[in-house]
Design a protein around this ligand. Structure first.
Ligand code: NI
Length: 273
């Protein structure tokens, strides 16, 4: 059908713009992508992750609506009590399209300091901007200060990352199921590490098990230099993730997420000592 074709072309362009923004921010992920491509792989994304604040103007729905427009629907929800996060994942009927994983920081559970700082930056956002689908990779729509960043990081690494980088893909995820030569996640991890990249070892290098129907690993975010109001500082940026899914009893691949594994994956943007 002609309409479907147009819709699918547009969503591909939209995701392509997100990928472009992500690669600019995260040259290390692009190098890994190129390395895998050059070894003969065609890379399909399992999911793309986005972060936001829980707020009437900025919650999950403010980002999700841009995907729902293209036919995505909510297909699961997750709770991260300790990190004060709530997340949903969105799927598309076209299973070759990546899932979209959107998390939000539950501001009402954070300290008065975080609430005050975040409400200050939210007030700087032009409401028109969030209406545009470009807001998903619009970056930070506010001014930032390094001292504030550090204070936020002491309480919530997630809050500090979002404060410093704003709206942009936090990570893309290679679908291991669609690779030819790396059916095994441990084998892929070795390939990545042998080329000098560091993997997140929080909770073990491989999060999840075949029994849980999902195995994941990720690089540790490399640092980029960010211009703050009070100087230039090097801080962790984005990371690249790898996911292998297993079939459910009905033979179809499990499409959800494991909260316990995702909880550890979030730590891929922690500062490395
Ligand atoms: Ni992920």
């Amino acid at each position: 059908m002609a309409t479907n074709k147009t819709e699918s072309k547009t969503i591909h362009n939209y995701l392509e713009n997100m990928w472009h923004d992500y690669c600019l921010m995260n040259p290390e992920a692009f190098s890994i992508y190129k390395m895998l491509s050059q070894s003969g792989e065609t890379i399909q994304n399992d999911h793309i992750a986005l972060r936001t604040f829980k707020h009437p103007r900025l919650g999950i729905n403010s980002l999700a609506k841009h995907f729902i427009k293209y036919g995505y629907y909510s297909a699961g929800e997750y709770f991260f009590v300790e990190k004060k996060l709530y997340a949903q994942h969105f799927e598309h009927a076209d299973k070759s399209l990546p899932k979209i994983f959107i998390s939000e920081l539950e501001l009402e559970k954070t300290s008065p300091y975080i609430q005050e700082i975040i409400s200050g930056i939210i007030n700087q956002i032009d409401p028109q901007m969030m209406a545009s689908e470009d807001s998903v990779y619009g970056g930070k729509l506010w001014t930032i200060n390094y001292q504030t960043y550090q204070k936020l990081a002491a309480e919530s690494e997630y809050a500090s990352w979002l404060y410093a980088y704003g709206f942009r893909p936090n990570h893309f995820t290679v679908s291991i199921n669609h690779l030819k030569n790396f059916k095994d996640i441990a084998k892929l991890n070795i390939f990545i590490k042998e080329r000098g990249y560091k993997l997140n070892t929080s909770g073990g290098e491989i999060k999840g098990t075949a029994e849980q129907l999902l195995e994941q690993s990720s690089t540790m975010a490399s640092e980029t230099v960010v211009q703050f109001g009070d100087g230039m500082y090097s801080i962790p940026a984005c990371y690249y993730e790898f996911a292998k899914r297993y079939p459910m009893t009905n033979g179809e691949l499990y499409q959800g997420f494991i909260a316990k594994s995702a909880d550890k994956i979030f730590e891929s943007t922690n500062k490395q000592s």
